[in-house]
Unconditional design. Sequence first.
Length: 261
Amino acid sequence: MTGTHHGIVASSNKVEIRSLDFFYGKFHALKSVTMSVQQNMITALIGPSGCGKSTLLRCLNRMNDLIPGASAKGEVLLDGSDIYDPSIEVAELRKRVGMVFQRPNPFPLSIFSNVVYGLKVAGVRNAARLAEVAEQSLRAAWLWDLLKDKLDHSALELPMDQQQRLCVARLLAVQPEVILMDEPCSALDPIATMKIEELMLELKKNYTIVIVTHNMQQAARVSDLTGYMLLGEMIEFGDTNSLFTKPSKKLTEDYITGKYG
């Protein structure tokens, strides 16, 4: 697949999902899903509620492991290594593949403590190093100029979109390779949503991003590749522009034109 509507040449696959089945107890939530996530691109997962988008997203950093009775079959390869291999250190995986949730979830700590939280957990104590990473991460999340004089303020005082960007900064501080975003704008107004979308486009220069969104316009605006899911199956996956303008499957077309649901 060479090039996308953002004029990028095809890059290497960062994540490969091969024949992935996922179960919550006996419920078959994902059915033989195969797709690849390309480096330094934004991949969107769309589809109606309950179609398996968030389940698929959470398979990419094994967040579903936390659910009793959950099990996976198939392969999820990160840089060619299967993340479901028993030898994989899950905490290390979640550092490489970080997640931003639907609602901002800053800790009830200062802005500074939020950003450097992961580093402190990892044992970094050097004050100059922590300050440097805090500034870099806040700059990358477009918050430094807004917050540099308020680093000791509570993160919970920030408006929602700044809280969400702070959660992005907290993630960037531990230097992930892949950023998963589970409907990161669903709690935000249109202007705040636009800021997060602009931020995503900036972040993809250095990171690989996978986003779940209910908002088809958002998928069309920001993503390079899109997967349409229905009832646990990947109905169609490909270049975003093509999928929205010339879908190859009737089911995709029905969803995009509003005939479904």
